[in-house]
Design a protein around this ligand. Structure first.
Ligand SMILES: C[S@@+](CC[C@H](N)C(=O)[O-])C[C@H]1O[C@@H](n2cnc3c(N)ncnc32)[C@H](O)[C@@H]1O
Length: 226
């Protein structure tokens, strides 16, 4: 509840699988805050990553998942509702985003999701003390070129500690000049592009939301070079 008693407005996302008989679906409710800061509302990339998680839901059960730069945490919430053991994180300097992570968990009845501050590029006690991980999530974390290396430093650190883990990430192409290729090479990471059509995300509307629209969103899986 907000000071003054007003609940923040929520967006509902409904993921469906009509191929199943009977069809299955999952609805999650994500409170958003009317504030221009990046981590206060759902970004198009989050809907695409959440759709990927939904299509992989059977492999997620019991998996240890960490979301970086979670903001209002749509992907992490979907992973938790699909049975993963989820920890949500956002930057230490944006405590309001950490409040958003908690609020999104409460809105979906998730009582056992951890929330902690993890600032990209910082080797903090929180980072060092993280338990074993299977999957790291990052939706729209490559949006400021000056932060790209910090994101990958954190990811490379976690993947070295958990060599079987993968970083599942979606990004929005905002400039054709931006690339993480050289940084992937520097941090000895490999990357596989996952075409959106392979998981039903090549649509302007997903999960009942028109957020993806005509944005150029891409999905990739990053792992350590073998
Ligand atoms: C574009 S928003 C994406 C939010 C959410 N993942 C989504 O897709 O809806 C970027 C997120 O990264 C977080 N962030 C920005 N800089 C960060 C940093 N240096 N360390 C950790 N998180 C950071 C922001 O607070 C925000 O939640």
């Amino acid at each position: 509840m907000e000071p003054g008693g007003a609940e923040p407005p929520s967006k509902v996302f409904t993921f469906k699988d009509d191929q199943r008989s009977p069809p299955v679906c999952l609805s999650v409710s994500i409170p958003e805050v009317l504030d221009p800061h990046y981590g206060m509302y759902v970004w198009p990339c989050a809907v695409v990553l959440a759709q990927y998680l939904w299509t992989r839901r059977e492999t997620l059960r019991g998996k240890k998942v960490l979301e970086l730069g979670a903001g209002v945490s749509l992907p992490g919430v979907v992973a938790a509702r699909c049975g993963a053991q989820v920890t949500l994180s956002d930057g230490a300097k944006t405590p309001l985003c950490l409040d958003n992570c908690r609020r999104s968990c409460e809105a979906n009845g998730l009582l056992d999701v951890g929330v902690l501050s993890l600032t990209w590029g910082e080797v903090s006690p929180e980072l060092l003390l993280l338990p074993e991980l299977d999957i790291i999530l990052g939706s729209d974390v490559f949006y400021e070129p000056q932060d790209f290396e910090d994101v990958l430093l954190t990811v490379a650190f976690l993947l070295r500690k958990n060599p079987q883990a993968q970083f599942w990430t979606t990004y929005q192409e905002r400039s054709a000049d931006w690339s993480i290729e050289a940084l992937l090479h520097r941090w000895e990471l490999s990357c596989v592009d996952v075409p959106l059509e392979t998981f039903g995300a090549d649509e302007a509307a997903l999960a009942g939301s028109t957020l993806p629209g005509n944005h150029s969103v891409f999905m990739m899986v990053i792992s350590t070079k073998t």
